[in-house]
Design a binder for this molecule. Structure first.
Ligand code: NAD
Ligand code: ZN
Length: 361
């Protein structure tokens, strides 16, 4: 049996383990301690169910529970109230009760929707995350943010709700489309940049292995990213302060996503480019040295992520950043880099932001 690493998210009575390793989807003993009731509902989509649904059902079979699979349409466009209601309808039809465990099998879209369904079905049922994209393994499955999109805004309806466990099967990443892999690597690079300069060095040295989907390299990348996110979340579960550092690159990145229209660039691609822009602004404001900015930009390019921003026009960028959820009373907050491993959250003079926007396209 292959090696498994466990990272614990320390949240008192809501603490939970993140298990990381190859082949974990098929391991019955990882699910057994977390399933108290007599039934399980797997929530997945039309892409992931044919790939990993059978392995998960085979792992659950020895537990002797009633297992239902809810297969949703694939895509961010379906992360909405209508699809959420599809989950509720299936749960009610199957007479799921307060002890039914939901298992999210898929990427961040499935994880966010299943988590929110679990938070609200009968005022809360247990759920387990089985993330199958790199982005979901390093980011969305950790931290308890769940939710859906509204036609007027992304992730606007949701809840903080922690899973019983996260089971991150590195083997599942082998079937990821290359663009999705790169998008996940963007969040890994972010983690190194904001929190751990040694990890940043490690990513630089191992970027070819990560691009090649090497299981040993991916296991380490997921482990370290989860450790950092878990410690930030443990210190600030509901985003009162510290948790905001996880948004490095996201102020510019969200503007790119919204400005181009969601889905044009993947979130991770926009964050990759957004980090280049945030580093540029950090240098302009005298917080970061030029060599570090160059290193970060080179690494993002090596991860096959975009480093040139789309030309939306400076006014449009600034408007979009002002309506971002993280802006406070219309003042844009930037997460700036001060060396690798250190950040500073601050407003920035309009001229500096415009200079960065002009230099980034
Ligand atoms: N909750 C949080 O804290 C948080 C953090 C970051 C992102 N998110 C959310 O996560 C979502 C993005 O997640 P994502 O990047 O995983 O996208 P996704 O869930 O859309 O998955 C990307 C694509 O890969 C497919 N896929 C999944 N696993 C696969 C596999 N192993 N092999 C082949 N294809 C596979 C999916 O079906 C989909 O087509 C967004 O909705 C975002 O808002 C949430
Ligand atoms: Zn992100």
């Amino acid at each position: 049996m292959s090696a498994m690493i466990t990272v614990n998210v320390e949240l008192g009575d809501r603490a939970y383990p993140i298990h990381i390793g190859a082949g974990l989807i098929g391991r019955t003993e990882l699910y057994a301690p977390h399933i108290a009731g007599s039934s399980i509902a797997i929530v997945t989509n039309t892409t992931v169910d044919p790939l990993y649904g059978d392995a998960l059902r085979a792992a659950l079979a020895p537990l002797g529970k009633k297992v239902t699979t809810i297969v949703l349409p694939d895509g961010e466009a379906h992360k909405n109230l209508e699809t959420l209601n599809q989950i509720f309808s299936a749960l009610l039809t199957e007479r799921a009760d307060r002890k039914t465990t939901l298992i999210a099998l898929g990427g961040g879209v499935i994880g966010d929707m299943t988590g929110f369904a679990a938070a609200s079905y009968m005022r809360g049922v247990p759920f387990i995350q089985v993330p199958t994209t790199l982005l979901a393994q390093v980011d969305s499955s950790v931290g308890g943010k769940t939710g859906i999109n509204h036609p007027l805004g992304k992730n606007m309806i949701g809840a903080f709700y922690q899973p019983q466990a996260v089971i991150a099967d590195i083997g599942a990443l082998q079937t990821l489309p290359p663009r999705e892999l790169a998008a996940g690597i963007a969040e890994v690079i972010k983690t190194g940049a904001i929190a751990d300069s040694e990890f940043f060095d490690w990513i630089e040295a191992n970027i070819p292995a990560l691009n090649d989907c090497d299981p040993t390299a991916l296991t380490h990348a997921v482990k370290r990213s989860c450790e950092v996110k878990a410690s930030v979340v443990a210190a600030d579960e509901r985003e009162g302060g510290l948790r905001a550092i996880l948004n490095f690159g996201h102020t510019f990145g969200h503007a790119i996503e919204a400005g181009l229209g969601y889905g044009e660039w993947l979130h991770g691609e926009a964050v990759g480019c957004g980090m280049v822009m945030a580093a540029d602004l950090s240098v302009r404001l005298g917080r970061l040295d030029e060599t570090s900015r160059e290193r970060l930009t080179r690494l993002i390019a090596a991860a096959k992520l975009p480093v040139k921003a789309p030309a939306l026009g400076a006014d449009r960028y600034i408007d979009l950043m002002k309506v971002d959820k993280k802006a406070e009373a219309g003042e844009i907050k930037f997460i700036l880099l001060e060396r690798f491993g250190n950040t500073k959250i601050t407003g920035a003079p309009d001229e500096a932001v415009r200079a960065t926007l002009a230099a980034s396209v």
